[in-house]
Design a protein around this ligand. Structure first.
Ligand code: FEO
Length: 396
């Protein structure tokens, strides 16, 4: 069935139902790669899909128009989930022009080493397709240097590339069609923001301000993953909050354990957090996927990291998690470390160094316990959890 967004503008993407690993991100609900076709005097394709899903995309195009009639291709983003299909599509369609940002041209040239008919566009560049007119908006580092968005003026429709996307394979294409819209989808939107866009909150805030200054209105936002928003106000508001680093009275205890001692401390700290009346979550690093934990990190105000000391270092799963989290540049969070040890107990100190490198607010020197915590030590951990929650989380 052909999916029409507005008159003569169609979704022609592909659905990746069984994808469960997107370069390490757990995509438990699959994803889509959204491409869009505009029928006008110059028939225009906006973005493509993963290389192996080109036949699915081209079949959707062929339901609307013979693919060879496409004259323009807009490439908003170089990453291979959107550009991987370009070589096959360009070979078949032979477009007159391929529009992209200057860094898009550089990136596509490095990826594919083809002499394609590139046309570089910048913020404010206009392109007439006939009846419809496009304006381009460079959005460097949202989330790659080359990233840009494309705005269809007459319909106030934003093709937003990865921004506002979510990894969800579904038979529905629009946000108001999901049976339980928006709570389930909201989780996927949040997970996507946390794992892909968290480092770029300041840029997102600047983009939203610039959009307001330019007076750009969005009746519809069509991202490159997940659903198309016919009611974009709620997704814009969610992005505003996340980009601003607004947090909830919520604390996470994130840990791994060898012989349950660090786990006992984690449970006691969690009890203390609950006693303070805040939302508390306990995550074992080998039972909750790291991409799900950072989803919860996004709006948490207090993070407690627990690791035993293994061979004078941080337990490997915690070291991995801290590396991933550091790259996401979380902000506006208090943090502390804890852990048991048998010999020298360096893990807490090493975690503190990582937290300081992330510019998190370290609010305690770290709680350590030799071998197995006794009841007094567990009570001290519970009290510490309660104290840290009361001192660092507002609105409880
Ligand atoms: Fe969906 Fe940055 O690619």
């Amino acid at each position: 069935m052909v999916v029409e967004l507005v008159p003569k503008v169609y979704w022609v993407g592909a659905i990746d139902w069984t994808l469960r690993d997107f370069h390490g991100y757990l995509t438990e609900a699959g994803t889509t790669y959204n491409a869009y076709l505009i029928l006008d005097e110059h028939i225009t394709l906006i973005d493509t899909v993963k290389a192996e899903l080109v036949p699915e995309m081209m079949a959707r195009v062929a339901e609307i128009v013979p693919p060879e009639k496409i004259s323009y291709i807009v490439s908003n983003h170089v990453e291979m989930d959107h550009s991987g299909g370009l070589p096959e599509v360009i070979a078949r369609v032979r477009p007159e022009k391929v529009f992209c940002s200057p860094l898009g041209k550089a990136g596509l040239s490095r990826h594919f080493k083809q002499d394609w008919p590139f046309v570089e566009v910048k913020t404010g560049s206009d392109l007439s397709l006939g009846r419809y007119n496009l304006t381009f908006l460079e959005t460097p580092m949202l989330h790659w240097p080359d990233s840009m968005m494309t705005y269809l003026k007459e319909e106030q429709l934003l093709f937003s590339s990865d921004a506002f996307g979510a990894h969800l394979a579904s038979s529905e294409r629009f946000d108001d069609q999901l049976p339980d819209y928006p709570p389930d989808y909201f989780h996927q939107l949040k997970k996507y923001y946390a794992n892909i866009l968290m480092p770029f909150g300041t840029l997102i805030t600047q983009l939203l301000e610039k959009v307001a200054q330019l007076g750009l209105a969005f009746k519809m936002i069509a991202p490159d993953h997940g659903l198309i928003y016919r009611n974009p106000a709620w997704v814009l508001e969610a992005y505003r909050k996340w980009a601003a680093g607004e947090v909830e009275p919520k604390a996470l205890v994130i840990y791994d354990t060898m012989w349950h001692s660090t786990e006992m401390m984690a449970e006691a700290l969690t009890q203390g957090l609950m006693d303070a009346g805040v939302e508390a979550q306990l995550h074992h690093l080998r039972r909750t996927h790291y991409s799900d934990i950072v989803t919860e990190v996004l709006d948490a105000g207090l993070l407690l990291f627990g690791s035993p000391t293994l061979n004078n270092g941080i337990f490997p799963t915690m070291a991995q998690f801290l590396t991933y989290l550091k790259g996401l540049r979380p902000k506006g969070k208090a943090a502390a470390a804890f852990g048991s040890f048998g010999w020298s107990g360096e893990a807490v100190k090493l975690i503190n160094q990582e937290l300081e490198a992330m510019k998190l607010k370290v609010v305690h020197e770290g709680l350590r316990c030799k071998y197995i915590p006794d009841p007094q030590e567990l009570d001290a951990a519970r009290s510490l959890g309660e104290k840290l929650a009361r001192e660092n989380l507002k609105g409880k």
